[in-house]
Design a protein. Structure first.
Lengths: 628, 342
């Protein structure tokens, strides 16, 4: 099974004219999954290949899938790390249901991913790792490469990448361990050949990436060329593929993950509000990278504070908001649970607080690195007492930028905590984002009241029902706030029965009033028809694409993705009446469905999945088709 | 020139609602007097508290006040100081609030040395919830949750603070205004976190639990008034504390024909960790209880360092341009034909 071809030249490469490949084929879209051991650099390979696709003008959507353990035993199934890229000449919204191409760097990666590969798909396997111990670690009793089953179902390309990379790096002074680290670039080179990518920008990228360790950069360049030239000369691949550029609106684009977008959104929100930001958090998967990014933005009006625990993370953010800054904290399910009491305090003292909740599989520690949408109830109901707060859900990685701004706008305008829901899928997934100009974003400058005339600590704006924001340091407006029930105007402690009723009502009315700012619902498809697909958050891409596929089949299907999850847009009630059936698709057991039912008294159906994975387009198409 | 404020200028319009005879009244009066005496500005002063009898304190002081949630005051105060370091921020807490539910926050506020003045009212009991034993309760304390006596070993707030790396640690008695006042003023003047354990009597649920320390009749023998640079003397100078060969403190008679003063330990606010630990371990009635400033050392405060770092980054990189930040990372331009420009 081993390839006998070793004609890889370490000197050849981009300089020589590329001969016309034996077969050249144009395809609309491809889904590639790179899989290997956590230490194999699959995330880097995937990211680099994504860049190549973006530069070629393809529409792209990516989704990394890494293990919860940082260093699970090498070669084990638990240690397999994957990166899926969907690139297309048409508009796409998901990283793809199933890969057409799988690059498996070791037996465990093959075992963990092969069942996802579409039948007839291409499987490139690094045979150099298919040793007895590695096969045993992956749970293979015999070598799958020697069995017919695999060959029958897929187009298998066994390549001893280890050997080829070693040969390519023979003349370098790298240790064998360092050489081993270069093999992902062989895979990248091979894939770049297969999809007819320009070589030069890739080489420049690699060199830039390893700027600080040029000897490794050059080694990776050699490995990349070895992979590229292997495709070119080995004659084991019959065809290269071209995915034409997708039609994009002109402009400057950036590939962005959800967590990067949220961090940038928080920076932008502070500037639009003309108010300093204090971000205070505690490390937790998958929210931590927001904290990492923001910690670098100290010259953009953001101060960051790593608190001793989740509670203090919320506490310090509240202290900042009380002090006149925008307090922001971020976490995921278990951490949000710990912050619950503090969020209630912010609701009681009525200061702005932005809580970024990056959902993961639950309950308890659950599935830290897997995606889920099961913390909607937690956001809505996870506090003691009657404690309504607005909730926003980001639809896509790029949308998270605008949602962070919107959450901050609502928090400061209505003097309330706001929860922004994202999830592991949005947090780590990436898509092209047409960059906005800061000048085009609507500012919402905040005011800290300094005039005591006619002011009382809990006197409210008639329209928004928000109290005024008075920061300590303001002369003549010294007052006391706290978690005890407040008098309706003075804010002094009040145990009065009627006052409590009145305060509960006004807090409810204030949050309900946030809906006054909403515009029309963003409907894909007709405003009436057979089925309305309702979703929220990160399922946007799959639902939108599925609705499009079904409409293409002549079905009357529309889709709406809810961004303002609480309070809901009253227009949703009207919209749902125009459809024979409504189906709420979510990665939980039916949380939004229950809320919609109780809010609008509409008998909506549910389609739910609890596998730590995003929806596939096919799943949604099947579920919705059953309704018509 | 602004008129000098008096104690009454720091008295709010809210009715004080502690039990009659509660030690909290005296502490409130002493704090209000300290604010006036040391020129605090009401608009620049904030009292942040947690939950418990003592945590009602902010309502009674005519400054800014924030009665927060159980145990979390240090974290809220930290966020506030990072936002506005010019504010004078006091944290009011009790033994349950600071050392049980909020132990973690106190530890980190102290080790970070956030510029806060923390007053820990230690009455060795949960008062607000009606008398359960607390983490500082003496062993064998009978309470609704320990009807047969508590069996757990109490925590010593001074040892806790020293162990957390606090830069200012003091102890005072609630009703002893004469010494409490100067300690409050010293805590306020100290840059960084200052922790004052105030020995506080709860006449309702734990009356006289501090009797060994506070009883006037035994005060001379049971109280050790600390003065920086002075030997550890008590009982009107007749007794002192000396170190034995195995580094434990011992009480000795001082005077002619007895132990010379020069053999006694000299109090140093910036002394060794071992010395401060030794002081913390001494308690009445076995030893005279140390009162006053136990430790004070200089160390930059967290808020100062954190904000200096922001300034430094600003200086090195200049004020960030948001458009440039958005446009960083992996970018490409799509031309008018909808195709990426190379
Ligand atoms: S219960 Fe004790 S501590 Fe609380 S107010 Fe009454 S006397 Fe003071």
């Amino acid at each position: 099974m081993e390839s006998s071809t070793t004609g890889t030249s370490t000197k050849g490469g981009s300089g020589s004219p590329i001969p016309t490949p034996p077969g050249h084929q144009e395809v609309e879209e491809v889904v590639v999954r790179f899989a290997g051991d956590s230490g194999d650099g699959m995330q880097l390979t995937g990211t680099e290949f994504t860049k190549a696709a973006a530069l070629a003008g393809n529409d792209i959507s990516t989704f990394p899938d890494f293990p919860a353990e940082i260093r699970a035993p090498a070669g084990s199934i638990a240690g397999v790390s994957g990166f899926q890229l969907h690139f297309s000449s048409t508009d796409i919204h998901t990283p793809g249901d199933a890969p057409n191409v799988l690059v498996a760097m070791n037996p465990a990666a093959l075992k963990a991913n092969i069942d996802d590969l579409v039948v007839g798909g291409t499987c490139i396997i690094n045979t150099g790792t298919f040793t007895k111990p590695n096969l045993a670690k992956a749970g293979y009793e015999s070598n799958p490469l020697e069995e017919e089953a695999l060959q029958k179902k897929y187009e298998v390309h066994p390549i001893d990448i280890n050997k080829m990379v070693n040969a390519a790096l023979e003349e370098t002074e790298l240790t064998s361990k360092e050489k081993g680290r270069c093999k992902n670039f062989f895979a990248l080179g091979l894939m770049c050949w297969r999809y007819e990518r320009d070589v030069e920008p890739q080489l420049a990228n690699i060199r830039a990436k390893f700027k600080k360790k040029p000897h490794l950069g050059e080694a990776n360049v050699l490995a990349f060329k070895a992979g590229f030239n292997y495709g070119l000369t080995a004659e084991v691949f019959q065809t290269t593929y071209e995915v034409k550029p997708a039609a994009f609106e002109p402009g400057l684009y950036r590939n962005i993950t959800g967590n990067e977008a949220i961090a940038l959104g928080i920076v932008a929100a502070g500037q639009l509000a003309d108010c300093p930001v204090l971000f205070s958090g505690y490390p937790i998967t998958p929210a931590s990278t927001i904290f990492h990014y923001l910690s670098n933005y100290k010259n953009y009006g953001v101060t960051t504070f790593q608190a001793e625990d989740e509670i203090a993370g919320a506490g310090a953010a509240i202290g900042a908001s009380y002090g006149g800054a925008i307090g922001v904290t971020a976490s995921s399910g278990p951490g949000i649970a710990l912050k619950g009491e503090a969020i209630g305090l912010a609701a009681m003292i009525e200061v702005p607080l932005v809580v970024l909740s990056i959902q993961r599989g639950g309950p308890s520690t659950g599935l830290p690195t897997k995606t889920e949408q099961s913390d909607l109830y937690q956001s809505l109901y996870g506090r003691n007492g009657e404690c309504p707060i607005p909730i926003i859900a980001a639809k896509t990685p790029a949308d998270a930028f605008y949602c962070a701004i919107e959450a901050t706008r609502i928090a400061t305008k209505y003097m309330t905590p706001v929860i922004l829901l994202s999830d592991g899928y949005i947090a780590n997934g990436a898509e092209p984002w047409k960059l906005p100009q800061v000048e085009d974003l609507t500012p919402f400058p905040v005011t800290h009241l300094k005039d005591a005339n006619g002011w009382m600590p809990y006197k409210r704006d008639e329209e928004t029902l928000a109290r005024a924001w008075v920061a300590p340091g303001t002369k003549g407006m010294e007052h006391r706030v706290g978690g005890l029930e407040k008098d309706f105007l003075t804010g002094n402690v009040s145990y009065d029965a009627d006052n409590h009723q009145k305060m509960c009502q006004v807090r409810e009315d204030k949050v309900r009033g946030v809906a006054n700012d909403y515009g029309d619902m963003d409907i894909e498809g007709e405003e009436s028809g057979d089925v309305l697909i309702v979703g929220w958050g990160g399922t946007h891409g799959a639902l939108r694409q599925a609705a499009g596929v079904l409409r293409g089949q002549g079905k009357n299907i529309s889709h709406v993705q809810i961004r303002h999850v609480w309070p809901l847009n009253p227009k949703l009630g009207e919209l749902m009446k125009n459809f024979k059936k409504v189906i709420v698709c979510e990665l939980n057991m039916g949380q939004l469905r229950t809320i919609i039912r109780s809010e609008f008294l509409v008998d909506v159906e549910g389609y739910n999945k609890m596998q730590g994975k995003p929806f596939t387009v096919a799943e949604i198409c099947n579920a919705v088709s059953e309704l018509v | 020139m602004t008129e000098k404020l008096k104690r009454k200028d720091f008295v709010s319009d809210q009715e004080v609602r502690w039990c009659p005879g509660c030690g909290d009244y005296a502490i409130l009066a002493a704090v209000q007097k300290c604010l006036a005496d040391t020129g605090s500005k009401p608009e620049n002063t904030v009292f942040v508290s947690g939950i418990g009898c003592s945590s009602r304190f902010p309502y009674y002081v005519k400054t800014y006040g924030f009665h927060s949630i159980h145990g979390r005051a240090p974290s809220i105060a930290t966020g506030l100081k990072l936002t506005n370091p010019d504010l004078e921020v006091w944290v009011i807490t009790g033994d349950g609030d600071a050392l049980s539910i909020g132990g973690n926050h106190l530890l980190h506020a102290l080790r970070r040395n956030v510029n806060l003045n923390i007053i820990l009212f230690n009455n060795k009991i949960y008062g607000l919830t009606k008398g359960q034993y607390s983490p500082t309760s003496n062993e064998g304390t009978k309470s609704p949750t320990t009807p047969f006596g508590s069996v757990d070993y109490p925590i010593n707030p001074v040892s806790f603070a020293l162990g957390s790396g606090a830069t200012f640690v003091a102890r005072a008695i609630d009703v002893d205004a004469k010494s409490l006042g100067p300690i409050l003023a010293a805590a306020k003047a100290h840059k960084g976190a200052s922790l004052i354990e105030v020995v506080q009597n709860c006449p309702i649920f734990n009356d006289n639990v501090w009797d060994a320390v506070t009883n006037r009749k035994t005060a001379t023998t049971n109280q050790l008034r600390l003065e920086d640079g002075k030997p550890l003397l008590f009982d009107n100078g007749n007794k002192g504390i000396r170190l034995t060969d195995d580094l434990t403190p011992e009480i000795v008679e001082v005077g002619e024909g007895k132990v010379a003063e020069s053999e006694l330990i000299v109090h140093k606010e910036n002394g060794s960790a071992a010395y401060h630990a030794l002081l913390a371990s001494m308690a009445a009635p076995e030893f005279p209880q140390p009162l006053g400033v136990i430790k004070q050392v200089e160390r930059p405060s967290y808020d100062e360092l954190a904000l200096a770092q922001v300034d430094q980054v600003l200086k090195e990189r200049g004020k960030g341009d948001l458009n440039a930040l958005l446009n960083s990372g992996m970018t490409w331009t799509v031309g008018p034909d909808g195709r990426p420009e190379q």
